[in-house]
Design a protein around this ligand. Structure first.
Ligand code: 6PG
Length: 240
């Protein structure tokens, strides 16, 4: 694993740096493999990044978009990560609809929908049973409690090793989420984290010794590159 930590002066600089890095990794994937696969994070932090990506002139037909996690709500719901990314980016550009791979949330059974997305990923990446796909880019955020994607502290989702997708649990509310082994298979994982409220958890995530199940972002140790992009408010005192 190659780990890089950058602390940017403010949120604006953080988003601009995130854009530069994402564009660099997208271009490299398209040049080397003819297409780029990227998984999006939800929450509030990445929205301005998605808005900036939408302003780029990119070969949209060569970019395939997945989600690293989703709230278990319809795609029309205000809490939907799919809805946020469509409004900020995907609906603003001529990306072929077949390049957009949202997590299904419509069966009423989160486990069934998690399984369906796993089947969708296996089909797209032409995987054999038990194989894990290598996405080019996985974007992640981190909650004040140290969770990432929908891998929340002390939840069963943290123990899942043999699946691509599992059901997350946020205070009893179901979520769909990439598992840690799937995230760790990526070529490039990029955490984009802003705000002073994240500082205590970041200190634990970067500590030599801490409880991985209490701070699930510690589980993210990809085989490829790991980037932590932080604004000063979050990254004050953080050593790479
Ligand atoms: C989600 C996310 C989640 C998010 C963190 C940080 O669906 O909520 O994927 O993991 O990245 O909760 O959220 P903020 O960016 O809003 O602080």
């Amino acid at each position: 694993m190659n780990k890089v930590v950058e602390v940017l002066p403010d949120k604006e600089a953080l988003i601009q740096r995130s854009l530069e890095l994402v564009l660099t990794k997208m271009q490299a994937a398209i040049t080397q493999r003819g297409l780029c696969t990227i998984a999006l994070s939800g929450g509030s932090t990445p929205k301005p990044l998605y808005e900036k990506i939408a302003q780029q002139n990119l070969p949209w037909d060569k970019i395939h978009v997945f989600w690293g996690d989703e709230r278990y709500v319809p795609p029309t719901h205000p809490d939907s990560n799919e809805r946020m990314a469509r409004q900020a980016w995907l609906d603003q550009v001529p990306m072929p609809p077949s390049n957009i791979h949202p997590m299904p949330t419509g069966s009423g059974d989160p486990a069934q929908d998690a399984n369906q997305y796993e089947v969708d990923l296996q089909a797209f990446f032409q995987l054999q049973p038990g194989e894990f796909p290598t996405l080019d880019i996985i974007l992640l955020g981190m909650g004040d409690d140290g969770h990432t994607a929908s891998l929340f502290p002390h939840t069963d989702a943290l123990q899942v090793r043999d699946r691509l997708i599992t059901v997350g649990n946020k205070d009893g509310q179901p979520r769909l989420t990439f598992t840690a082994p799937l995230i760790n298979q990526a070529r490039t994982v990029i955490f984009v984290v802003a705000g002073a409220s994240k500082r205590p958890a970041l200190a634990q995530v970067f500590a030599d010794v801490a409880d991985n199940s209490q701070y699930p972002s510690r589980l993210i140790q990809p085989q490829g590159e790991l980037w932590w992009l932080l604004d000063q408010a979050a990254g004050e005192g953080i050593q790479g």
